[in-house]
Design a protein around this ligand. Structure first.
Ligand code: CP
Length: 298
């Protein structure tokens, strides 16, 4: 694996391999075992959009494996503020590091970065495009918490239009034998062209009709920052919320996932139920990103 730009870069076998590698790193991620396989390696974090989980879990993954990280976070404190192009920034940073992680508001920016980099580039989210490392940790969470990927029924809830997490995950899920329900307000529905492209057992549903059947309830935030204007956002803001009442007929084993951050779409009262797995999911980002970094750097 050289670059990781889209989940389409991986097939079922690649994904299965990365998830298996991640499992081998879990004790290292928890700090229970020392493994310095990335000693002497440096990761360059180029974040042109805010991030807590993705940036920090890449950093923790590198450091737990003995490597180091340099960050470019505040654009106003870098030469981007002087008008430096993305291509030039990537050319320079790829001379300093052994791999680059990039998050950018423009779809296609990560692929463009890869074309201008002399080292592997990992896409940490490009606009409403893709977020492949999130998908790998989502699949890892399902495998760990449900015990399998084949045979699961999953409801994808919320902003299916702009969520890059959903756009990556839905493609990966169709590589496995999954049944997918799309649950969203009409204005936030999965784009038709994406629905046609993915194939698989995918249908629109209302949550109350399918909640008893689902193994995974995957909830997303409304991606306010992607809306063309504030008025369009206001029309859908607060249009769905998962509460104790929403999940009262769910299976005991049903898990709730969320890539986080959440705003108001999951009632905090749900956090105390056995269903809530979103904080565990965020932790799984560390071993999964260890697996990815070791693939691209070694
Ligand atoms: N899930 C996710 O991408 O979170 P951050 O925006 O905090 O990185």
């Amino acid at each position: 694996m050289r670059h990781l730009i889209s989940i389409n870069d991986l097939d079922r076998e690649d994904i299965t391999y990365i998830l298996k590698r991640a499992e081998e790193f879990e004790d290292v991620a928890r700090g229970e075992r020392n493994l310095k396989i990335l000693e002497g390696k440096i990761l360059g974090n180029l974040f042109f959009e805010p991030s807590t989980r993705t940036r920090m879990s890449f950093e923790v993954a590198m450091k737990r494996l003995g490597g180091d990280v340099v960050n470019m976070t505040a654009q106003e404190a870098s030469s981007i503020a002087k008008g430096e192009t993305l291509a030039d920034t990537v050319r320079v940073v790829s001379g300093y590091c052994d791999a680059i992680v990039i998050r950018h508001p423009l779809e296609g920016a990560a692929r463009f970065a890869a074309e201008n980099s002399s080292v592997p580039v990992i896409n940490a989210g490009d606009g409403a495009g893709q977020h492949p490392t999130q998908t790998l940790l989502d699949l890892y969470t399902i495998k760990k918490e449900c015990g399998k990927l084949d045979g699961i029924t999953i409801a994808l809830v919320g902003d299916l239009k702009y969520s890059r997490t959903i756009h990556s995950l839905i493609k990966a899920l169709t590589l496995f034998e999954t049944k997918i329900y799309l649950v969203s307000p009409d204005a936030l529905a999965l784009p038709d062209e994406m629905l046609e492209e993915i194939g698989g057992d995918v249908s629109r549903a209302r949550l109350y009709e399918v909640i008893e059947e689902v193994d995974v309830l995957y909830v997303t935030r409304i991606q306010k920052e992607r809306f063309p204007d504030e008025e369009e956002y206001r029309k859908v803001s607060g249009s769905y919320r998962i509460t104790l009442n929403t999940i009262k007929n769910a299976k005991d084993s049903m898990i709730i996932m969320h890539p986080l951050p959440r705003v108001d779409e999951v009632d905090p009262a749900v956090d105390k139920t056995r269903h809530a797995k979103y904080f565990q999911q965020a932790f799984y980002g560390v071993p999964v990103r260890m697996a990815i970094l070791s693939e691209v750097m070694l």
